[in-house]
Design a protein around this ligand. Structure first.
Ligand SMILES: Nc1ncnc2c1ncn2[C@@H]1O[C@H](COP(=O)(O)OP(=O)(O)OP(=O)(O)O)[C@@H](O)[C@H]1O
Length: 545
């Protein structure tokens, strides 16, 4: 058995301490110790220079210029570098941040901010361990800064997992003097798409940069809260990209895009926290498709139209007064889903939206009004059955549900788990965060229950493919902007839509341009009725002119 005593003495014993070996101690002369230390430091310095070629070359250059020309000689390259940097920033700020300002600021903050308090912060946050009578700390490998965030790359102590860091995310934020932090087990940014002549080389470099590093975690500290200011509406894409709909601003100032294809979306948030802004941001991002007929919005607003009536011309179907009409709307969505399933089965596995076979998005504000608070038990059951069908089978055939609600408990929303995409705005209780975003989301940094009062429309989303939440702020549309949008992007008239409205809701039909007729493949109503309605629509169009 070999053991180490506290004083560094190696002791070797057999079974019961019968024989004890003590190694002989050598006394080295002082000159040998000094020589050894010098060799060690030189080795370290050379290794550092090899690892930091840019810093080494620049320092060498500065020293050489100073020796040859003195202080005044340094002024010229300094002014030239400053001017070059200013022009670069003016012409292309993102690349200036990526290649110059970000790395420089990161190095500076690594040396003068984080390293100074590293040992103290790691120890007090409970991330320092003891091994072999020595304290072992996570190692700060690098810091990368951008205009809003510092991203710290940290090598964990052997035996630690990213969960150990995620559990103390808030402690880490405050330890470094910040309010918000997030811990990622993989790089928080994606590898860029490379094109052009040197793409192959850049892709090789990216493969190295973005390689999987299981021993490393990434701590993102929010230096400047980019979400403090209201986010103006994003430009309307003429043809919406359903895999990337721009809805919100991210903490790193980039745009957060929703992947809407083949998914349902649940938005949870306490009252007056901005659920409306999430839904309107989504409607706006789809507006181009609404006008061209690629997207149909079927909207249910149980608050009597308070939220959505302003955008009425954009909606193919709208129910806001009668719960009966809301139940009918959902039943019709199920019928459409069934018809598509029959038509598409054996041909494709996922529906692709086209003008003749559009993406149907059923938007439901205040979903609890339909699933829990509705007095009529029969109607409630009918609605629950339709919603269950849509949520479990609708995504693949392009009939999607986007719903908002305040209370995410199972009693209120039994099909919570059928929503693959979830967004949590400000909530009132800790437990609600995990109910909406999934187990452990709060521990991983989604502090939706601690949202300050100003943070309307600020929420947490889970990025595709990563378990860690991200904080975003949704764009805010004023009533005037909603009215303008509705005027500019009205839904085209479709006989089936108009028929569905007749006699159910008393709201007057909005002005709509006629939609090209659907081919014989699958009209939902008989030809005789279609002709009748066409004539009716033409007449009304004539009256308006
Ligand atoms: N993204 C946003 N940016 C800035 N302010 C916002 C944003 N979203 C909402 N607000 C502000 O918060 C108020 C409440 O927003 P909203 O009506 O959308 O909340 P809600 O959660 O839908 O409320 P309710 O529970 O009544 O449905 C708005 O009047 C607006 O002033």
């Amino acid at each position: 058995m070999i053991g180490r005593r506290p004083r560094g003495q190696v002791v070797m014993t057999t079974g019961g301490d019968f024989v004890v070996f003590r190694p002989k101690r050598f006394e080295l002369p002082v000159w040998a110790v000094i020589l050894g230390l010098l060799a060690r430091w030189t080795g370290k310095a050379v290794w550092w220079c090899l690892r930091h070629p840019i810093a080494t070359t620049s320092t060498g250059f500065v020293i050489a210029v100073y020796i040859d020309y003195g202080w005044s000689g340094l002024l010229v390259p300094l002014v030239l570098a400053g001017a070059g940097s200013a022009v670069w920033r003016w012409k292309h700020e993102p690349s200036w941040w990526t290649w110059l300002a970000g790395p420089l600021l990161g190095r500076f903050r690594q040396a003068f901010v984080y390293r100074r308090v590293w040992r103290e912060a790691m120890t007090l946050c409970g991330l320092a361990n003891t091994y072999d009578h020595q304290t072992v700390l996570p190692e700060l490998l690098s810091v990368r800064s951008d205009p809003a965030l510092d991203v710290l790359t940290i090598r964990m102590v052997r035996g630690q997992t990213p969960t150990d860091f995620q559990r103390v995310t808030a402690n880490l934020a405050y330890a470094f003097g910040r309010r918000y932090a997030r811990v990622y087990s993989e790089r928080p940014d994606d590898a860029p798409t490379r094109t052009g002549r040197w793409a192959w080389l850049l892709r090789l470099v990216d493969r190295m940069r973005f390689r999987d590093r299981p021993t490393v975690v990434y701590l993102v500290l929010v230096r400047t809260d980019a979400l403090r200011t209201i986010v103006p509406p994003f430009p309307v894409p003429a043809v919406p990209d359903f895999s990337a709909l721009p809805l919100a601003r991210r903490e790193d100032l980039r745009t957060w895009c929703l992947h809407l294809l083949a998914t349902h979306v649940l938005v949870g948030g306490a009252t007056r926290r901005g659920k409306g802004s999430v839904l309107w941001s989504l409607v706006r991002s789809l507006a181009g498709g609404v006008a061209s007929g690629l997207v149909r919005l079927w909207v249910i607003d149980p608050k009597g139209g308070m939220e959505f009536a302003l955008g009425r011309p954009m909606f193919a179907r709208f129910a806001c007064k009668s719960f009966e009409a809301m139940a009918d709307l959902l039943d019709e969505a199920v019928a459409m889903m069934r018809e598509r399933q029959t038509r598409l089965a054996g041909n494709v596995r996922v529906h692709t939206p086209t003008v003749t076979d559009p993406l149907v998005v059923v938007v439901i504000d205040e979903m609890a009004a339909l699933t829990a608070y509705l007095q009529d038990a029969e109607l409630r059951k009918r609605i629950a059955a339709s919603l269950g069908m849509l949520l479990s089978q609708g995504a693949g055939v392009g009939v999607l549900v986007v719903a908002a609600l305040q209370d995410p408990r199972k009693e209120v929303l039994p099909f919570r788990d059928l929503f693959p995409t979830r967004i949590a705005l400000g909530l009132t209780e800790e437990s609600q965060v995990d109910m909406i975003l999934g187990d452990g989301a709060r521990d991983r940094g989604a502090l939706a229950d601690q949202m300050p009062r100003w943070a309307k429309g600020v929420g947490y989303v889970i990025l595709d493919g990563t378990p860690e939440p991200m904080r975003v702020r949704f764009s805010y549309l004023t009533d005037e902007q909603i009215r303008d949008m509705a005027r500019e992007y009205p839904a085209p008239a479709d006989a089936a839509d108009i028929l569905a409205q007749v006699g159910r809701e008393t709201a007057t039909e909005p002005v709509r341009v006629p939609l090209p007729r659907r081919p014989a493949a699958g009209p939902l109503i008989p030809d005789t009725l279609l002709n009748l309605l066409n004539r009716d629509t033409d007449n009304r169009g004539g009256e308006r002119q």
